[in-house]
Ligand binder design. Structure first.
Ligand SMILES: Cc1cc2nc3c(=O)[nH]c(=O)nc-3n(C[C@H](O)[C@H](O)[C@H](O)COP(=O)(O)O)c2cc1C
Length: 172
């Protein structure tokens, strides 16, 4: 899948370049399409396009700065109440996040994963600014926009990290 291999770093976005609502909804659909444990519905998605809120998101943590110039953000919120496997919500949210990042690449958008869970201070900040009930768990923020410059593509394949049949058996 080309999108996986051609993806490059995106931490700098073109300021104030709106992403069409339809594309943001497509990203959420991609997130919802992700697998979840037992097919349970343990995640919600908040599409954030209000400029003041996107800027506020950039203060969520010391590593959230790249959101400052992003066009939008999608916050993935975990819900463990009433689901069959309440300990698995973070895995399901991560699967949704990766789908959103790949769909963003497919649509020619820049995107970046900002970590929220398991940091309590980030959770409280996000719940405050986005009106999220505190019994829910914001998992991560995917910031979306247009990359300011052409991303540098890295090849991360490292054959030393691959073994065959037995852990100690490298290189076929
Ligand atoms: C679980 C996870 C959490 C991350 N959290 C942050 C973050 O809070 N801030 C940030 O700038 N990048 C964050 N990233 C992005 C990684 O730092 C980035 O993917 C990595 O440096 C590789 O760069 P690239 O994605 O641009 O290729 C996160 C990535 C993952 C997978």
């Amino acid at each position: 899948m080309d999108e996986i291999f051609r993806r490059g770093e995106c931490r700098n976005f073109k300021e104030l370049t709106p992403v069409p609502d339809e594309q943001l909804l497509t990203l959420v659909k991609a997130g919802m399409q992700a697998r979840s444990v037992g097919n349970q519905k343990d995640r919600d998605f908040i599409i954030v396009t209000r400029e003041d809120l996107v800027k506020a998101i950039s203060h969520n943590s010391i590593v959230a700065g790249p959101a400052r110039k992003a066009s939008a953000a999608i916050v993935i919120v975990g819900k463990k109440e009433g689901v069959s496997f309440p300990d698995e919500w973070s895995f399901d949210c991560a699967a949704a996040a990766e789908n959103i990042l790949l769909e963003a690449e497919h649509l020619g958008l820049g995107s970046l994963w900002l970590q929220v869970y398991p940091y309590q201070d980030r959770k409280i900040h996000l719940c405050n600014i986005l009106d999220i009930p505190t019994e829910l768990d914001p998992f991560c923020i995917v910031v979306i926009g247009y990359a300011e410059r052409k991303p540098v593509v890295l090849n991360r394949f490292d054959e030393r990290e691959v073994s065959y049949d037995l852990y100690t058996n490298h290189k076929k």
